[in-house]
Design a protein around this ligand. Structure first.
Ligand code: PEP
Ligand code: MG
Length: 831
C-alpha cells in the first residue's frame, strides 16, 4: 500500500542535520519505506537516513511530499503527518551566524602608514600576529590507488570502529563545542546512506574507492544546495572520509610531513577541517585565514570557542609573498596585513596592547568580590548548561553557579544519562567551584524542551503544560537517579538542589519525600552524601509569590526565574514574536512581585537569588540591587562587567530607586526613571589620571591619536573608538592643531564620546605633528560631548591662551605626576 502527504518546509534553515536527525528518528519506528521528495529540487531521499534527507536540499518554503510504501504505511503516514504539522516546525533553533557584515571604517592611524591590507570576512573576533604558514590539504585522491582484495569488508569495519572510538573519546572528554561537532561527524559515519553506500560497493571496489565514491556523491549533492549552511557541511563529510581512509590505510600519508606549528603563527588554508583545527597547538595559533569557510562552518565555531581571530574569503595566492613572514590578522577591522612596515607594526602592536589592557582591566573586576560603592555585597554567579562550562565561568569571576540547567545533559541523545555519567558531571562542576556554591537545578524537561526518548505528548500550550517537576512522578526512576547522582556528588563541594516550576506546597512536600527516600537508601548502602544539602525552588510561577511565607517553612532558598515569571505573570509567551512587545520585566507588577518575594523571604531569614536573563541587563542592575536580592546569576561573559558596574552603584540610592519604580504606573515611567538615573550616574569627571600619560613612548602622531582614543574605549568613555578617531582626524584635516612651542591640541565635538574627556600625553621624545607646526612633545586631546554647548571652544580657547605663556608650558612639562598635570590644568582653565 502506498500513502503520502504534502507539506511546505517552514524551518528557517531548511532540513539540515539537526532537523533531519529528528525526522529520521520519527521514521525509524516504522517498517515501511519512507521517501521525502522535494518538488523544487526534484531530489528524493530515504527519510530514514540523515544524509539522504539533507541531500534533498530542502529549504524554507519548499513544497515536499513524504511517501510511504509497505506494511505499516497507513499508520506511519498518519503519525508523520501529525508530527510534521505540529512538532517538526519547532525542532530547530535559528542558527547564529556571528559573521559581522557591518561597514568598517579603517582608522586613519593605520591608513596613513599606507599598509598592505587584504580584506576578508570577519568570522571570529580578535587581533593576532605571527608568521603566516600555509596548511596544505590532505588530498583524499592519494588513497585512490588502493587495490581491491578479499578483505575489504573487514578493512572497512575496522576503520569504522577505529574512527568511532576516536570520535567517542573526543565526545567524552572534549569541550562543549568539540562534543557537538564531533557528534555530527559520528552521525555521518553511522548514517545508513553512508555505511550502506560504501558497503554496497565493497564487492567490486577497494575500501578507499568505495569511501571516495560515496564521499563525492554526498558532497556533490550538498554543493548544489542553494543554502550556504548545507554547502558548508561538505567539509564535514570530507573530514570524516579522510579519517576513515587514514584508518583503513595508515601508511599512505607516511611521506607527508606532519603539520605542526613551531612559533606564534597565523595559519592560512583553503579549507581547514574541524579535526585539523583541533590538531593545531592553540598556544601558538594566533589567527586563521581561510579561503572558503562560512560563518557556520564547524571549524569557525571551534575558532570562536578557542578565541582564535578568523577571517575568510582570502586566497592563498594573494598573500603568497607573505608566506613564512610576519603578518597581522585583525578580525575587528577584517584585514590581513602583510609585509608590514615598522609603522604598520607599531599600529597593530598598539592595537593588541589596547585589546589586552581591556581584557586585563575586566579580569581585575572579575576576581574581586562584587560590592557596591557603599560596601554592600551581592553574589554574582554564573548560569551554565553543561559541566565543561564551569572552569570558564569561574575564570571569568563567578562567585558560584546560580543555575546549572541539567536538562541539557538529557537532550540530543537516544537515552537518559545514567547515574554514573550524571555523578561525573556534577562532581566536575563542584571540583571547578572549589568550595563555592553550586545550585544544581533538577531537570526542567518537557514543554518547550522536548526529549524524544521520553515520548511526552505533544501539547498546544507547552509552557503551561507537562514539564519540569510535573513529570517527575511519571518518570520517578529518572528523578531518583538524578537525586542520587547529586547527593553522591555533594561530598565534593557545596551543592544545593533546586526544583523548577514549583507551584504548590504539595509539590515541594512530595519532592522532599523523594529526597528523604534517596537519602535513606544511600545511608543504608553506606554511601556518603551531604546530609545538610540545601533544597530550594525556582520562583517562576506567580502563585508562589503569594505563599512565600508558607514555602519558607519548607525550603532553604529561592531563585527567581525572571524569564518564566515574566511570561506567566503577564500572560505573554516568551517565544512568541507577535506579543514580544508585551514581554517586559520592568512592568510595575513584576517589580512589586519581586519586592513581595524578597521582603517575605528575608523576613523569614531565607536567601533569594535571581537567575533569569534580566540579571545580565546593565540598565536594570540598580533595580535588582535595590530590591535587595542576595545573588544575581547570569551568563559568564557578563560577570566582569557587572562587577565593575556594581562598584559605581550606591546601595542606598538603589533602594530608593526601587521603591520609586514600584510606585510607577507604567513601564514607560519605570524606563524614564532608569534613564534619568543612568544619565546622572553617567557623568564622569572630564579629566582623570587614567587619561594622562607621562613619559609616553608614542613614535608618531598616528600612534598618539590611536593610543589616546583607544584608551577612551578602555575607560568606557566612548562606545565606538574607531568612529571617535574618525572625528578627531576630520578636524586634523581642516586645520593644524599644533600650537607651536611643542604643544598640540587635537580636538573634536563628537557624537561618539559618552563622557567628555581631556586626554594628555607628555612624550619622552618629540614627534613630527604637522609640517607647519614642527615637533610636539605635549599633546592635550579634547573629545567633548555635543550635549555640552560651547564647552568645547571655551576649553580650547582657554588652553590656547594659557599656552602662550612660557611659565604655564614649563609648569606642565615639569609636573611630576598625572595628578600634578591635572591640578595645573584644572586651576588655570577653571574646569
Ligand atoms: C527562568 O525561567 O528565568 C529560568 C532561569 O529558567 P529557564 O530559562 O531555563 O526556563
Ligand atoms: Mg524557567
Amino acid at each position: 500500500m502506498t500513502h503520502q502527504f504534502q507539506f511546505q518546509c517552514v524551518l528557517p534553515n531548511g532540513i539540515h542535520a539537526r532537523p533531519a536527525n529528528h525526522l529520521e528518528q520519527q521514521c525509524r519506528q516504522f517498517e515501511c519505506q519512507i521517501t521525502l521528495t522535494n518538488h523544487r529540487t526534484n531530489n528524493s531521499g530515504d527519510a530514514k537516513s540523515v544524509l539522504a534527507l539533507v541531500g534533498t536540499d530542502t529549504l524554507l518554503n519548499d513544497n515536499c511530499t513524504i511517501s510511504f510504501e509497505g506494511a505499516d504505511s497507513e499508520q506511519a503516514c498518519q503519525t508523520l503527518q501529525t508530527y510534521i504539522e505540529q512538532q517538526f516546525p519547532h525542532c530547530d533553533e535559528v542558527l547564529e551566524t556571528f559573521s559581522d557584515d557591518s561597514e568598517i571604517v579603517l582608522p586613519q592611524s593605520l591608513l596613513r602608514h599606507q599598509p598592505h591590507l587584504i580584506t576578508g570576512k570577519r568570522l571570529a573576533p580578535g587581533i593576532g600576529c605571527g608568521v603566516l604558514v600555509a596548511m596544505s590539504q590532505v588530498d583524499p585522491q592519494q588513497f585512490a590507488t588502493a587495490v581491491h582484495d578479499d578483505n575489504e569488508a573487514q578493512r572497512f569495519e575496522q576503520a569504522l570502529a577505529q574512527v568511532s572510538t576516536h570520535l567517542n573519546h573526543i565526545i567524552a572528554t572534549g569541550s562543549h563545542h568539540e562534543q557537538e561537532i564531533t557528534s555530527a561527524h559520528l552521525a555521518i559515519i553511522n548514517d545508513s546512506s553512508f555505511i550502506d553506500g560504501v558497503t554496497a560497493l565493497l564487492t567490486t571496489h577497494s575500501t578507499a574507492n568505495a569511501i571516495l565514491a560515496v564521499m563525492e556523491k554526498l558532497c556533490h549533492q550538498l554543493e548544489q544546495s542553494a543554502s550556504s549552511y548545507l554547502r558548508e557541511r561538505v567539509l564535514d563529510i570530507k573530514d570524516v572520509s579522510i579519517q576513515l581512509l587514514t584508518a583503513a590505510y595508515p601508511t599512505v600519508l607516511d611521506n607527508q610531513a606532519e603539520f605542526s606549528l613551531q612559533q606564534p603563527s597565523i595559519v592560512i588554508a583553503n579549507d581547514l577541517t574541524p579535526s585539523q583545527f583541533l590538531g593545531l597547538d592553540k598556544a601558538l595559533l594566533q589567527g586563521l585565514v581561510l579561503t572558503h569557510a562560512g560563518s557556520t562552518s564547524h571549524t569557525v565555531i571551534l575558532a570562536r570557542a578557542f578565541n582564535v581571530p578568523t577571517l575568510s574569503g582570502i586566497e592563498i595566492k594573494d598573500c603568497a609573498a607573505a608566506l613564512n613572514h610576519h603578518v597581522y590578522v585583525d578580525a575587528q577591522l577584517g584585514v590581513l596585513a602583510i609585509e608590514p612596515s615598522n609603522e604598520v607594526c607599531g599600529y597593530f602592536d598598539r592595537a593588541i596592547t589596547l585589546a589586552n589592557t581591556l581584557k586585563q582591566q575586566q579580569s581585575q573586576y572579575a576576581h574581586q568580590q562584587a560590592t557596591t560603592a557603599d560596601g554592600h555585597t551581592i553574589e554574582v554567579a554564573a548560569n551554565i548548561a553543561c559541566s565543561v562550562e564551569a572552569d570558564n565561568a569561574f575564570a571569568q569571576g563567578a562567585e558560584g553557579i546560580g543555575l546549572f540547567r541539567t536538562e541539557m545533559l538529557f537532550m540530543d541523545r537516544q537515552q537518559a544519562p545514567d547515574e554514573e555519567e550524571q555523578f561525573n558531571h556534577y562532581r566536575e562542576v563542584l571540583a571547578a567551584a572549589n568550595g563555592k556554591p553550586v545550585i544544581i537545578r533538577t531537570m526542567d524537561i518537557g514543554g518547550d524542551k522536548p526529549i524524544d526518548y521520553l515520548a511526552l505528548p505533544h501539547e498546544n500550550n507547552p509552557f503551561l503544560g507537562y514539564r519540569a517537576v510535573r513529570i517527575y512522578p511519571q518518570f520517578l526512576a529518572l528523578f531518583h537517579t538524578q537525586l542520587t547522582a547529586i547527593l553522591r556528588a555533594s561530598v565534593h563541594g557545596k551543592a544545593k538542589i533546586m526544583i523548577p516550576m514549583i507551584q504548590s506546597i504539595e509539590e515541594i512536600r512530595w519532592v522532599k519525600q523523594q529526597l528523604a527516600f534517596i537519602k535513606q537508601q544511600l545511608t543504608a548502602k553506606n554511601i556518603a552524601f551531604d546530609a545538610d544539602i540545601q533544597l530550594g525552588i525556582m520562583v517562576e510561577i506567580p502563585s508562589v509569590a503569594f505563599i512565600v511565607d508558607l514555602f519558607c517553612k519548607e525550603v532553604d532558598f529561592f531563585s527567581i526565574g525572571s524569564n518564566d515569571m515574566t511570561q506567566y505573570l503577564l500572560a505573554v509567551d516568551r517565544d512568541n514574536a507577535s506579543v514580544s512587545k508585551l514581554y517586559n520585566s520592568l512592568a510595575p507588577a513584576f517589580l512589586r512581585l519581586l519586592k513581595q518575594v524578597v521582603t517575605t523571604a528575608h523576613a523569614h531569614g531565607k536567601w533569594v537569588g535571581l537567575c533569569g536573563e534580566l540579571g545580565a541587563d546593565s540598565k536594570v542592575l540598580p533595580l535588582l540591587v535595590g530590591a535587595g536580592l542576595d545573588e544575581i546569576s547570569m551568563s559568564a561573559p557578563k560577570i566582569a562587567a557587572t562587577k565593575a558596574q556594581l562598584t559605581e552603584i550606591n546601595f542606598a540610592d538603589s533602594q530608593t530607586l526601587f521603591a520609586q519604580a514600584c510606585e510607577c504606573a507604567t513601564i514607560e515611567e519605570v524606563e524614564a526613571l532608569l534613564e534619568q538615573r543612568h544619565a546622572q550616574a553617567q557623568v564622569k569627571p572630564i579629566l582623570v589620571t587614567q587619561c594622562v600619560f607621562k613619559g609616553a613612548d608614542f613614535a608618531n602622531k598616528e600612534q598618539v591619536i590611536q593610543a589616546l582614543v583607544g584608551n577612551l574605549g578602555i575607560q568606557g568613555r566612548t562606545d565606538d573608538a574607531y568612529k571617535l578617531e574618525e572625528d578627531v582626524w576630520a578636524r586634523e584635516a581642516v586645520f593644524s592643531t599644533g600650537l607651536g612651542h611643542g604643544f598640540a591640541i587635537p580636538h573634536t565635538k563628537s557624537d561618539h564620546i559618552r563622557h567628555s574627556s581631556i586626554s594628555i600625553a607628555h612624550l619622552d621624545k618629540p614627534i613630527d605633528w604637522m609640517s607647519d607646526s614642527g615637533e610636539v612633545d605635549f599633546v592635550i586631546m579634547l573629545t567633548l560631548n555635543k550635549d555640552q554647548g560651547d564647552q568645547h571652544m571655551r576649553i580650547f580657547a582657554g588652553l590656547a591662551r594659557k599656552l602662550i605663556h612660557e611659565s604655564f608650558r614649563d609648569s606642565l612639562r615639569q609636573a611630576e605626576s598625572p595628578e600634578a598635570i591635572i591640578a595645573i590644568i584644572t586651576e588655570q582653565i577653571g574646569l
